[in-house]
Design a protein around this ligand. Structure first.
Ligand code: GRF
Length: 189
């Protein structure tokens, strides 16, 4: 069984989808640790609800991004995961993390990368009158939302869509493709 670490900053609906997929053995893995940089993240409660080990590493306690990443590396080395899954983790990682866990960190992003890296993706897609948006799972490297794409799924943007409705539709897709991408990664050589 593969060991998975999940890093969060907020609501944790993707975390919940992954917990579910592990419980149902859709993913042959267990979430051994959830790490949040935000002490108020609702995702912490989700970890507690499922008796999953969690740790808060508040980024505000660190002077530099590198120092914060060092604390992450230390914690992750203790649990020695096969895969580190960023699920709504709102921090840009430095090479301290990416070099310690090269090709082992993945992220989910609410756009059809390489379009719309960073924030406000739904707003940008609607403003540009795009026909499709979607979600992308990718490997994390030093550059924001730029690593190798593992899986992508698109959704049609309707004329009636607002940023909020599009966000909801894409989040649903995220919950479907994240477990699939993880299975693909863990079972590939
Ligand atoms: C998701 O849209 C994810 O793509 C983005 O942040 C959001 C997190 O949602 N990186 P949740 O915390 O998993 O509910």
């Amino acid at each position: 069984m593969f060991k998975i670490a999940v890093l969060i900053s907020g609501n944790g609906s993707n975390l919940e989808a992954l917990i579910d997929a592990c419980k149902k053995n859709v993913i042959n893995g267990s979430i051994d640790i959830v790490i949040s940089n935000n002490p108020d993240a609702y995702g912490i409660q989700r970890a507690k609800n499922h008796s999953i080990n969690y740790k808060i590493i508040d980024n505000n306690r660190f002077e530099t991004r590198e120092d914060f990443d060092k604390a992450l590396v230390e914690e992750l080395n203790d649990s020695n995961p096969d895969l580190i899954v960023l699920a709504g983790f709102m921090r840009i990682l430095t090479s301290v993390m990416t070099e310690a866990f090269r090709n082992k960190i993945i992220n989910i992003h609410p756009s059809l990368l390489p379009k719309y890296k960073g924030l406000n993706t739904h707003y940008k897609a609607i403003k540009n009158k795009d026909i499709y948006s979607g979600a992308t799972v990718h490997i994390v490297n030093e550059k924001l939302d730029s690593g190798k794409i593992i899986l992508q799924k698109k959704v049609k943007i309707l004329k009636s869509d607002s940023g909020t409705t599009l966000e909801k539709k894409i989040l649903k897709i995220e919950h479907q493709i994240y477990p699939k991408a993880i299975i693909r990664l863990l079972t590939s050589d």
